[in-house]
Design a protein. Structure first.
Length: 219
């Protein structure tokens, strides 16, 4: 399973890239807006820097809801770097935009997917990626991972090339379940990636090895 990081924070992205685990990045207007407020930097410069750090797809999202607006914003964002992939809303206008962007060689990621039917429509429209938002489904009292399971089976049944990005990940168990189901990609917040490293037995074991070695050296 590929690991993307779900943030626009350049320090977090650089740190995760240094760990050698990073295959791509997802941003959204909330995440990029947070970085603009924090750093006072230009959003396009932030996206360009992210693309320079990670040699994989970087999802960027505009705010237009009509087809022409999505395509215009998408084409502008795609100029920033060849690895930019445009997030498109899961709407009829969004699906028209997917087709247009695709015909112009711009990759798309259909976002805010909450059902297998939405995923089917996005795959039929020809999107490269689609993102079911698992945490938000869990928050609404559904099992988000059930939707991922259905979507993966549907894509396989008909040999679609669209890849699933498990998104809105809240904790390490979401990542485990995404990998068990064979999701193509999981996009994970920095804090959750940090938690994935953790196990109390690793900490205890490391401490014990050092203590035993230091004691033996004194003999
Ligand atoms: C994915 O591409 C989105 O940016 C993200 O996963 C949304 O997560 P949230 O539900 O925590 O806002």
């Amino acid at each position: 399973m590929k690991i993307f990081i779900d943030t626009a924070n350049l320090e977090e992205i650089k740190e995760a890239a240094d760990w050698g685990i990073l295959d791509g990045v997802t941003t959204n207007p909330t995440l990029l807006g947070r970085e603009i407020e924090r750093t006072r930097r230009d959003p396009n410069d932030i996206l360009k820097n992210i693309c320079e750090v990670v040699p994989g797809p970087v999802s960027a999202e505009g705010i237009s809801l009509d087809t022409d607006g999505i395509v215009k914003e998408g084409k502008e964002l795609a100029q920033i770097h060849p690895n930019i992939c445009i997030k498109v809303p899961m709407t009829p206008d969004g699906m028209k935009a997917v087709r247009k962007l695709r015909s112009e060689g711009v990759k798309t990621n259909v976002t805010l997917v909450f059902s297998c039917n939405q995923a089917l429509l996005a795959a039929k429209a020809g999107t490269d990626y689609l993102s079911p938002f698992i945490g938000r489904l869990d928050d609404a009292g559904h099992d988000g991972m059930e939707i991922v399971d259905q979507i993966l089976a549907m894509l396989e049944n008909y040999a679609f090339e669209t890849q699933v990005i498990v998104a809105s990940v809240r904790h390490p168990l979401h990542v485990v379940r995404a990998a068990e189901l064979g999701a193509h990609i999981c996009t994970i917040p920095f804090k959750v990636i940090q938690l994935m490293f953790k196990h109390p037995l690793t900490d205890q074991g490391t401490k014990r090895f050092i203590e035993d070695w230091e004691r033996a050296k004194k003999i």
